[in-house]
Design a protein around this ligand. Structure first.
Ligand SMILES: [Zn+2]
Length: 263
């Protein structure tokens, strides 16, 4: 348990306090100018509490939130102190970036970690029913097949990535992700378009698959492509400014973007 609070007493004496109860407030330590401690649960705390009556509050005594540099509660600084820090993952900028569409980012985040409930995962949990891909009915519905290897999905990728100026689209999930990390996590117009397409395609393929499973009335391939193009175009239009390079002029033309987008 980290110490988040202390009381500065007579300017140069300090007592650090701690409480195990989640949601404990500063006011629970000092109340109406008096100490207000929970029952001691350690020898150190017993000793501290035994000596507290010797201390009288002065007008300049005040509680200080030590998790913050300014001594007042700041949620972001407290979160930084409490959270468990892990090694930075290489792909996070593919998912979380300034123009990302939140619902797309969430599904993509689950997909990258293979947490979407595909047929293959259901099989591992003992599911006895049909786990074939609902697009082609040929293969087991794994993440790799559903989003890339299936001929239906691959046609969607080919069409959308061609609009981003990418002709060579890998059909293997890990290879796609690796190429994405290498080439598309920058702030160029192409970088944003590729990442928006990535989120939109994964999200819309997943929704289409769910509609097939539950209602049987999904978007057609043409409707799906129109929706993805509309989502990406709407998101990038009117956002930042990009240099008027040959590549950006071509991309603006392919996506029918307004000329104001380029400087
Ligand atoms: Zn398939």
């Amino acid at each position: 348990m980290k110490d988040l609070r202390k009381c500065n007493l007579n300017r140069n004496r300090t007592i650090t306090s701690w409480q195990r109860k989640c949601g404990a407030k500063l006011s629970s330590v000092i109340l109406n100018g008096e100490w207000h401690w929970r029952p001691a649960r350690s020898d150190a705390l017993v000793e501290i509490q035994a000596r507290l009556p010797e201390i009288r509050f002065a007008p300049y005594d005040k509680p200080v939130w030590t998790a913050s540099r300014k001594g007042i509660f700041v949620s972001s600084e407290t979160w930084e102190l409490l959270r468990e820090k892990k090694e930075e993952i290489a792909w996070w900028k593919l998912v979380w970036f300034s123009y990302a569409i939140p619902k797309h980012a969430f599904i993509l985040w689950l997909a990258i970690q293979d947490r979407l409930v595909t047929g293959e995962r259901l099989l591992k949990w003992g599911f006895q029913g049909d786990i074939k891909c609902l697009f082609c009915h040929n293969q087991v519905e794994s993440r790799g097949h559903l989003f890339f290897e299936c001929s239906f999905s691959y046609r969607i990728w080919k069409f959308c990535m061609a609009r981003c100026g990418v002709d060579n689209v890998p059909v293997i999930w890990d290879e796609f992700l690796h190429k994405g990390i290498q080439e598309r996590m920058n702030k160029s117009l192409k970088g944003f378009l590729c990442r928006l397409v990535l989120g939109s395609v994964i999200y819309n393929l997943w929704c289409t698959r769910n509609e097939l499973m539950h209602s049987g009335q999904p978007n057609t391939e043409e409707q799906l492509l129109k929706k993805i193009i509309w989502e990406v175009r709407s998101r990038i239009a009117g956002k930042g400014k990009f240099p008027r390079t040959r590549e950006n002029l071509d991309l603006a033309s392919l996506w029918n973007l307004h000329a104001d987008l380029l400087l």
